[in-house]
Design a protein around this ligand. Structure first.
Ligand SMILES: Cc1ncc(COP(=O)(O)O)c(C=O)c1O
Length: 464
């Protein structure tokens, strides 16, 4: 099978035959929302109804075809319905759907593969069916390993919506994830370095990582009861706005953790499995965490996630009785194994690095040419553009974010920014031709919004 399977019959893209969302989308959505509640803001702002995904495209019920710039929600990273993944799942759907946590041939193969691709001795593994449960298991494992019970996470990190995970997650806006409840006892949050909005700077204006680390050390000594089991952190903040820490942050943090015998839980549910050009984003900084969580891209759409602990701590997984009903089902293992094999066979990591360079360069050009673009950042295919009212004050420009989102969607770009940050997570199989097409649509939409808000500077389109 060619690695460009997704280009077969791709035709004109985007291909819009009605206004969007079209009449059938609107009718179905209206019917659905009589019953389904708690939808995301993205769906409320653009109520389209999809019925097919193939490679880098999505087609709605009115027959409009969109370019996918979100991979579902950082999930279908190898393209919608990758033939190898679909075939692997359907084989086990016909042969063995569930076998509790007994060993199966496909599980045995997946475990060996994971031990091979993950760094260091990260090879004590358990499977789950969503990211938040993997994080929850990581919290329980960290307690079992350290016999300690306190956890430190960071402002604007996100780790899921169960009680332990939510206690490590952002709760600053209307307590969206906490239902107004307070964080579980023993869970703390600290600021983490955001190079665009630094709390502590050096004399030359660059971000001062050492001050963050010093603050954490003080906090461990003064703000806890001396029982910190782990830092729970995303390597890069996905929902927090595609915010990458400075390169020296995690190496310094790991040293601090080791000094106080605190574990580092690296939540790679969103950023792992190739999205930034490495199997783990943490590997960009040469850091091997103590516990890793994997999800989203791990099964390319099939609900399969994992928690991985270093070999010497594997016994902890016995103590917490780590297995579950659906984790590691044959279908789940087949999806994860096929996804890893596709990443290897199609040289996906290399594509992510190459096309990722294009994305970065193009976004830098957009920043130069547009007064409301305050910051651009990314690695590989995990990208963000931050919209501000004024480049000096950096005041977030939420209204512009919403409008850019809707305009680009109307032009045929399926994506999921939120608030003033345009977050992009295209399928990792995408080439520069379609990367450029998506960025053209986004830039055109930014320009239109600037015109509407009276930013009259004549912008030249950034060179592609
Ligand atoms: C970093 C991170 N961890 C955990 C989760 C929770 O994953 P799930 O939605 O599969 O429960 C998410 C979801 O977006 C995430 O981004």
């Amino acid at each position: 099978m060619s690695k460009y399977w997704w280009k077969e019959d791709i035709g004109a893209l985007p291909h819009l035959i009605t206004e969007t969302p079209g009449p059938r989308s609107r009718a179905m959505h209206s019917s659905a929302i009589r019953y389904i509640k708690g939808l995301s803001s993205q769906v409320k702002l653009f109520p389209v109804c999809f019925e097919k995904g193939y490679g880098i495209t999505l087609t709605d019920v009115d027959g409009n075809k969109y370019l996918d710039f979100s991979s579902g929600i950082y999930v279908t990273s190898l393209g919608h319905c990758h033939p190898k993944v679909s075939e692997a799942v359907s084989y086990w759907a016909k042969n063995l759907m569930n076998a509790h946590d007994f060993t199966t041939p496909v599980k045995e193969k997946l475990l060996a593969k994971m031990a091979q691709i993950l760094p260091g001795k990260l090879n004590a593994i358990q499977f789950y069916s969503d990211g938040t449960t993997a994080v929850e298991a990581a919290i329980r494992a960290a307690r079992a390993i350290t016999n300690k019970h306190e956890f430190i996470s960071a402002f604007r990190d996100f780790h899921g919506k169960t009680l332990g995970a939510v206690s490590c997650a952002q709760m600053y806006r209307n307590s969206t994830y906490s239902y107004g409840a307070t964080r579980a006892a023993g869970f703390y949050m600290v600021p983490r370095p955001d190079p665009y909005r630094p709390l502590w700077e050096k004399a030359d204006g660059t971000i001062d990582t050492d001050s963050y680390i010093r603050f954490y050390e003080d906090f461990i000594k003064e703000g806890t009861v001396g029982n910190v089991a782990a830092f729970v952190l995303e390597p890069v903040q996905g929902w927090g706005g595609s915010v990458f820490p400075p390169d020296d942050f995690f190496p310094k943090l790991k040293k601090l953790c080791d000094k106080y015998k605190i574990l580092l839980i690296d939540d790679e549910v969103l950023a792992g499995m190739g999205r930034t050009g490495e199997w783990l984003t943490m590997s960009h900084w040469g850091v091997i965490p103590d516990i890793v969580t994997l999800g989203k891209s791990f099964g390319n759409g099939f609900p399969v996630t994992a928690m991985v602990v270093s070999e010497e701590n594997g016994k902890a997984l016995e103590k917490i009785s780590a297995s579950s009903s659906y984790g590691g089902s044959p279908m789940a293992c087949a999806a994860a194994l096929a996804s890893i094999e596709v990443i290897e066979e199609e040289d996906i990591l290399q594509n992510v690095r190459l096309v990722g360079d294009y994305f970065l360069q193009r976004m830098e050009n957009i920043k130069e040419n547009h007064p409301i673009v305050g910051d651009v950042r990314g690695k590989g295919f995990l990208l963000g553009i931050e919209l501000v009212k004024d480049k000096n004050t950096k005041e977030p420009f939420d209204e512009a974010g919403k409008l850019v989102y809707q305009k680009a969607f109307r032009k045929g770009l399926a994506w999921i920014p939120a608030g003033h940050i345009l977050r992009m997570s295209p399928p990792l199989i995408m080439d520069v031709k379609y990367a450029r097409l998506g960025m053209d649509i986004i830039e055109e939409s930014i320009q239109e919004v600037e015109n509407e808000f009276g930013y009259n500077q004549k912008c030249t389109k950034s060179t592609n």
